[in-house]
Design a protein around this ligand. Structure first.
Ligand SMILES: [Zn+2]
Ligand SMILES: [Zn+2]
Length: 268
């Protein structure tokens, strides 16, 4: 087993270590480094890099500070779904870094499994409704924004929340939002666990040319043939597997044929 280091203040190890052990890695965590420096969900610190690059930076810092060859980085993001923009959406990225060969392998998972939500509430009833809806106190909440004097990311119980909210709501509406930090959000923690399984899979896919890890699909290639009229469609025909170490590429067939409802001629 090789050692791999994860920087986390948010207790992510439990959902990662089994999948990593399966790939031959023993996970060590360092909680002394403040990963919030690289960006928080609540705006005190804006993330300056892309989600992928932030995960990579964390993995590189992990290897460096843990003095291990390998590092692991985790970075989540939340927002509206990419289709119609109506449903909350979570994207989780894990980056695996080999400092010796300077090779990175990523895994990404996304979906609507999140309680991501925020609301300005004007009454205790409204507040209680929001808290129930986001599954507080099993899931954490945040009271106020980082500009408010009463900004609070550590409310643990309903009693405590109401005690804080009562006097504030007597004066003005209060901003409430879900805490998306992994240790305060079991739903997100499960998504990170799923992402770890995908990473374990990606680490097992070796490049047939150079045997480096992470020989996985990097793109889909359109062009499946319509099952009804025989025209070429935009439906994916194949996926492109590529190696970021040596540049080797291979196509893997996904669908020879596309359903007629995905054809621009049959279903314009
Ligand atoms: Zn057709
Ligand atoms: Zn290769």
């Amino acid at each position: 087993m090789d050692n791999i280091t994860l920087l986390t203040k948010h207790h992510k190890a439990a959902v990662l270590e089994t999948a990593l052990a399966e790939s031959g890695f023993t996970l060590t965590t360092i909680d002394a480094f403040d990963t919030d420096q690289l960006g928080t969900f609540t705006g005190e610190q804006q993330r300056t890099k892309s989600q992928l690059n932030t995960a990579l930076q964390k993995a590189q810092l992990g290897a460096q500070l843990g003095n291990t060859r390998y590092g692991l980085g985790s970075e989540g993001s939340f927002g509206p779904d990419p289709f119609i923009g109506m449903t909350p959406w979570n994207i989780e990225v894990l980056a695996w870094w080999d400092a010796q060969t300077e090779h990175a392998v990523y895994a990404m998972i996304q979906g609507p499994e999140t309680n991501y939500s925020q609301k300005s509430v004007s009454s205790i009833d409204e507040a209680k409704q929001f808290l129930a809806q986001v599954k507080f106190p099993e899931h954490g909440i945040i009271i106020g924004t980082n500009n408010d004097s009463y900004f609070n990311k550590d409310v643990q119980t309903l009693e405590m929340a109401l005690e804080i909210l009562q006097p504030l709501l007597a004066v003005a509406p209060v901003w409430l939002e879900t805490d998306m930090r992994a240790h305060r959000n079991p739903t997100r923690m499960r998504m990170i666990g799923k992402c770890a399984l995908k990473l374990a899979h990606n680490l097992k896919c070796l490049c047939p040319m150079c045997t480096q890890r992470g020989f996985v699909a990097s793109a889909q290639i359109p062009g499946a043939i319509c099952e009804s009229c025989g025209a070429e469609t935009r439906y994916p025909r194949a996926e492109l597997l590529s190696c970021s170490a040596c540049g080797h590429k291979e196509e893997r067939l996904l669908n020879s044929f596309a359903p007629a409802n995905r054809c621009d001629f049959c279903n314009p």
